[in-house]
Design a binder for this molecule. Structure first.
Ligand SMILES: NC(=[NH2+])NCCC[C@H](N)C(=O)O
Ligand SMILES: [Mn+2]
Ligand SMILES: [Mn+2]
Length: 301
C-alpha cells in the first residue's frame, strides 16, 4: 500500500435492497478487528465513524421509476462522497465498510474527484449494471456500476456534482455468475472487461489477477477495489443478502488480495454487503477482515 495512513469509513446503508441487517455490516467488520489488524501492519488508522443514513422502516417507491428509497440512498451517498473526498485530500487511504453495494455510488463519486482516469475492480457475483428500466428488483444496490458510468437516474448519476465518474474501459469485473439481460447487453455495448467464474475456473485466479493488473496498469492512474462479499462462495461467506452458488473461494480471494498488494495499484477500497443477521457467528465479517489484511500486506512468513 502506498499510503501509510488509513481512514475507516462505516456506511450503515440497508436501503439499496430490502433485506434487513446489512446496516450492521460496519459494526460486524469492526468487531472482527479491522483496526487492530491494520495497526499491527504498521498503519496509522483513523476510524471516522459512520456516515449518517436515514432509518426507514418501510420501503418508499419512487412513483415514476419504481426505484426503492431513492431519496434516502442519494442523500447518504452524497454525504459519503464528501467524506471520501476529504479523506483523500488528507492523503489517507479511504477504506469504506458497508452496508449494501449502493454505497459504491458515493465512494466512487468521492474517489473519482481526485482521479480523471480511475480504474475499478468490481469483485462480485453480480454486475450491478442495472438501471430502473432493466432492474428485476428496483433495488439500487444492483445499479452502482451503471450509475458510476453515468447511466441511470440523475439523482444518482449526479452525486458529487459531476458525471460520469468512470470509463467503461477502466473497469474489470471479477467473479460474475448472475447477470441480468440488460446487464449483459451493457457489458457488450460498452466493452467492459469481465472475468466470470468460467474464466476463473479455466485460467485460474493467478492469471485472472495478472491480466487484470496488467490491463489496469496500462490505462489508469489510481485503482479502486469494490469488493462485494457475495463474490465469494456462500459456503465461505454466508452473511450476504443475495448469495449465488459456485463462487470464488476464500483461498482464491486471499491470493487476489495478495497480488493486488504486490502490484501497489490500489488507492482506495470498499468491502460491502456483510449482513450479520444472515451470517454464521460473524464468519463473513471475519472473512472481510482477513481479506483486508492481505490487501494491506499481511504475510504468513
Ligand atoms: N450488490 C448486490 N448484491 N447486487 C445484487 C443485484 C441483484 C440483481 N441483479 C438486481 O439487480 O436486483
Ligand atoms: Mn453482489
Ligand atoms: Mn454488488
Amino acid at each position: 500500500m502506498k499510503r501509510k495512513s488509513v481512514s475507516i469509513i462505516g456506511v450503515p446503508m440497508d436501503l439499496g435492497q430490502t433485506r434487513r441487517g446489512v446496516d450492521m455490516g460496519p459494526s460486524a467488520i469492526r468487531y472482527a478487528g479491522v483496526k487492530e489488524c491494520l495497526v499491527k501492519l504498521g498503519y496509522s488508522v483513523y476510524d471516522e465513524g459512520n456516515i449518517k443514513v436515514e432509518i426507514q422502516e418501510r420501503t418508499i417507491l419512487d412513483q415514476k421509476t419504481s426505484l426503492k428509497n431513492l431519496t434516502a440512498v442519494a442523500e447518504g451517498n452524497e454525504r459519503l462522497a464528501h467524506k471520501v473526498e476529504e479523506v483523500i485530500s488528507q492523503r489517507r487511504f479511504p477504506l469504506v465498510l458497508g452496508g449494501d453495494h449502493s454505497i459504491a455510488i458515493g465512494t466512487l463519486a468521492g474517489v473519482a474527484k481526485h482521479s480523471q482516469n480511475l480504474g475499478v475492480i468490481w469483485y462480485d457475483a453480480h454486475g450491478d449494471l442495472n438501471t430502473a428500466e432493466t432492474s428485476p428488483s428496483g433495488n439500487i444496490h444492483g445499479m452502482p456500476l451503471a450509475v458510476s458510468l453515468g447511466i441511470g437516474h440523475p439523482a444518482l448519476t449526479n452525486i458529487g456534482g459531476y458525471a460520469p465518474k468512470i470509463k467503461p474501459e477502466n473497469i474489470v469485473i471479477i467473479g460474475a455468475r448472475d447477470l441480468d439481460t440488460g446487464e449483459r447487453k451493457l457489458i457488450k455495448e460498452k466493452g467492459i472487461k469481465v472475468y466470470t467464474m468460467h474464466e476463473i475456473d479455466r485460467i485460474g485466479m493467478t492469471n485472472v489477477m495478472k491480466e487484470t493488473i496488467d490491463y489496469l496498469k496500462e490505462r489508469t492512474e489510481h485503482v479502486h477495489l469494490s469488493l462485494d462479499m457475495d463474490g465469494l462462495d456462500p459456503t465461505e461467506a454466508p452473511g450476504v443478502g443475495t448469495p449465488v452458488a459456485g463462487g470464488i473461494s476464500y483461498r482464491e480471494s486471499h491470493l487476489a488480495m495478495e497480488m493486488l498488494e504486490e502490484s501497489k495499484l490500489i488507492t482506495s477500497a470498499e468491502f460491502v454487503e456483510v449482513n450479520p443477521i444472515l451470517d454464521e457467528k460473524n464468519k463473513t465479517g471475519a472473512a472481510a477482515v482477513a481479506l483486508i489484511s492481505s490487501l494491506f500486506g499481511e504475510k504468513l512468513l
